[in-house]
Design a protein around this ligand. Structure first.
Ligand code: ADP
Ligand code: ZN
Length: 725
């Protein structure tokens, strides 16, 4: 039998199946085997009678249960992923076979139940305890017995010793904290538009066809459409997978789904412990939970008989796994899973990706629109402030005069404000006024950022950390200045302007601790803060009815990134954050500050004009053969020895050139935008093609070629890349 591994062991290894396990192993069964002298969990991917190798080691242990669906179609999906995303098939199993998950065991507790023994000689008090326990109809822990009857541990032990109580081991489920919170049971009445969407999509549950793109403006009630559809799928006995970007999988979101769907739902997100994740998965595998709400890896979960897959905020970049294999996009895998397993796929967004909207235009997807906000709530009025004009008027603070006025008004009316500044730290860079020396990271090709709270300079890539110097190391000048505005500096300026206001900051630095992210949002939701100042974390999915003002301090922070999606991302971010304002009857106001008021992304965000943005964007993509017109693959070579890295990537490029694969365009090789991270040199090649098959053969060639090159250089292949740095 061939076994593949989720960890960095390339290829497939043969093992023998012991007699007693022979009828319990099938394709996709997790198996424990010894590899390189270590016990490692792998997965059975080839079952055959004979092997070419003698003296095979045996399989030691297996996990049984429905790891894969009965007709094995999930494995087809895994295989497609391995070939499309250019990795070993074992890697695709990683989220469910990771060492940490396989290592965690079932959690068990001692529970007690009442025996049949006659109670004639018992004290009245003890008889009462047994009576109460019988009424609860299930075995109880000591803690539960105490709560129910007041009996102490020693009483329980006495009753056990006398034979009135029987002790057993019971397994308990660990689950995410959010699953034990109260739910509300509000009844909702769908709007006509929502109802129509539910009916149109719901009608296909029996006989799924093309995927749906649900293009619904912010606040149009997409969540209600999702929950209604989920209920329909459940009532037909089908399983459901709902994907949400990591950042918007807040307790608030989970509560909304639980309130509507009830106990059939379980969750998977990255703030859960291994034990919680293992149990959640076990619930799905056993079929006890039919709805899985989770982040990107949930699309790979062995939910049985899936009838519906929902991808909320389908445009979100976090669906792409960029940092490790498989480098998949969960949105695209969802569409593929829908195709293979014949289920309904709904991609939802207020700002669909250019690729998906194009697919809706050319008939690959069905387009459904929700074009109005729920109830009396309207899209907010958006104002653009040219910061160049502010400077002319001698205002050098991070806040325009108009924004300050609006914040003041909002506070005095008792409403709340969200301010977005997509830049961590105190300021962009620390610079010598005399000789213009800037501090750059010794390990990376970026500038260090000043962090006021710790008077330190930090690298946001590798974490390099040093005390902030008073003098310039180059010229000795004593005049160091801070260039640009980071979020910490903005916070300070804000406190100065509004000393009375309660301000909370949300960025990577304030949310490092487990649960911090949640408690900040709770504080804000309870109205215990007037202003929430944050990085893009505050832009998505939040639903605070009391927020009437949203300010964007620098709309252009991402606009001039060397990435073909920079403009699209800016438009999405501005539209999403603007969508946080005025989500109840009180109208909302949005103020966008920028140095580039004439950029299309900024102008169209002002009028909430997705269509115009899309039309401009799709033309650019067509001209430059970017997705959806051309497929992209990025090849990055990295290593400590720069010369070796250059050799490898040049060889790869030469090989491709010599092979003359038609319709494959080669750009580079060149140093990556981040040409050095944590002492590792990085070079990249970009492949463009209108043919998936041709692109694949080019990449196969690179992989083959790489095997023959020795040295410490690592080759990373990223198909449909999202991260271009
Ligand atoms: P979206 O995800 O499309 O931005 P939401 O699903 O968050 O929108 O809905 C926005 C707000 O409007 C939420 O507070 C939601 O409860 C409310 N809402 C939407 N549709 C309805 C409805 N049919 N009945 C009651 N409340 C609704
Ligand atoms: Zn660094």
């Amino acid at each position: 039998m061939g076994v593949a591994f989720p960890v960095a062991i390339p290829g497939i290894y043969d093992y023998s199946i012991p007699e007693e396990l022979s009828d319990r192993i099938s394709y996709g069964t997790p198996v424990l085997v010894e590899v390189r002298r270590k016990r490692t969990w792998g997965v059975a991917v080839q079952l055959r009678e004979k092997s070419h190798y003698p003296n095979l080691k045996p399989v030691l242990e297996i996990k049984s249960g429905r790891w894969t669906d009965s007709n094995q179609s999930l494995l087809k999906l895994y295989q497609w992923m391995a070939s499309y995303y250019q990795c070993d098939v074992g890697r695709v199993f990683r989220p469910f076979l990771s060492k940490s998950i396989m290592k965690t065991r079932e959690k068990t507790l001692n529970v007690y139940s009442v025996t049949q023994k006659a109670e004639d000689d018992l004290k009245e008090r003890h008889r009462e305890i047994l009576q109460r326990m019988r009424q609860s109809k299930q075995p109880l822990t000591v803690k539960e017995i105490t709560q129910l009857t007041g009996a102490s541990y020693s009483v329980v032990k006495t009753l056990q010793n006398k034979g009135y109580l029987k002790q057993e081991l019971a397994s308990v489920l660990r689950h995410a904290d959010e699953l034990s919170m109260e739910t509300s049971s509000e009844q909702i009445q769908l709007t006509a538009e929502q109802q129509a969407a539910v009916e149109q999509i719901g009608a296909t549950l029996k006989n799924p066809g093309k995927p749906f793109l649900l293009y619904g403006i912010t606040g149009s009630g997409k969540t209600h459409v999702y929950t209604e559809l989920t209920k329909s799928a459940l009532s037909m006995g089908k399983g459901v997978i709902i994907l949400v970007p990591e950042i918007s999988l807040t307790p608030q979101t989970i509560q909304r789904f639980r309130s509507a769907i009830g106990e059939a739902i379980t969750v998977i997100h990255s703030h859960m412990s291994d034990g919680e994740r293992r149990d959640s998965l076990q619930e799905v595998i056993s079929g006890r939970k039919r709805v899985l709400l989770g982040v990107r890896s949930a699309i790979l979960a062995p939910v049985d008989n899936v009838g519906l897959i929902i991808v909320d905020e389908e445009h979100d970049g976090s669906y792409k796994q960029s940092d490790m294999e498989p480098r998949y996009n969960a949105r695209d895998v969802a569409v593929m899973r829908g195709h293979i397993q014949k289920c309904v796929v709904v991609l939802g967004s207020a700002t669909p990706s250019t690729e998906s909207f194009h697919n809706a235009g050319n008939g690959k997807y069905n387009l459904i629109r929700l074009s109005s906000r729920f109830g009396a709530s309207r899209l907010p009025k958006v104002e653009i402030i040219d910061m160049g004009e502010e400077h002319k008027a001698n205002n050098w603070t991070p806040f325009s005069r108009h924004l300050l006025e609006q914040v003041q008004t909002t506070i005095s009316k008792g409403y709340q404000t969200i301010l977005l500044l997509n830049r961590r730290g105190f300021s962009a860079v620390l610079m010598c006024k005399q000789c213009s020396y800037t501090y750059s990271c010794p390990n990376c090709s970026v500038n260090l950022r000043y962090h006021r709270a710790e008077t330190a300079i930090k690298c946001h890539l590798c974490g390099y950390y040093a005390g902030a110097p008073d003098t310039c190391p180059k010229c000795g000048g004593e005049n160091m200045k801070y260039k640009g505005t980071g979020i910490q500096k903005a916070e300070e300026a804000l406190k100065e302007k509004f000393p009375e206001a309660r301000i909370i900051r949300m960025d990577q630095d304030t949310t490092r601790k487990k649960g911090a992210h949640i408690s900040i949002l709770e504080t804000f939701a309870k109205g215990e803060a007037d202003i929430l100042l944050g990085t893009q974390m505050v832009a998505k999915g939040l639903n605070f009815p009391n927020v009437t003002l949203v300010g964007v301090l620098q709309a252009d922070t991402g606009l001039h990134f060397p990435d073909f999606r920079a403009s699209e991302r800016t438009f999405q971010l501005l539209t999403q954050v603007a969508g946080r304002a005025g989500r109840s009857e009180t109208p909302g106001e949005v103020v966008i500050q920028t140095y580039f008021p004439d950029e299309t992304a900024v102008k169209t965000a002002r009028t909430h004009d997705y269509q115009t943005f899309f039309e401009g964007e799709i033309e650019t993509r067509r001209t430059l053969l970017y997705p959806p017109f051309g497929k992209l693959a990025r090849v990055v070579m990295e290593g400590k020895c720069e010369k070796n890295v250059i050799d490898c990537i040049t060889t790869a490029a030469d090989t491709l050139q010599r092979a003359e694969i038609p319709e494959v365009l080669l750009l580079g090789p060149s140093p990556a935008v981040l040409s050095k991270i944590d002492t590792i040199f990085r070079y990249s090649l970009l492949l463009k093609s209108s043919s998936v098959a041709k692109l694949s053969s080019a990449l196969n060639l690179i992989r083959e070629n790489q095997k023959t090159i020795s040295g410490s250089t690592r080759c990373i292949i990223d198909v449909d890349p999202v991260n271009m740095l």
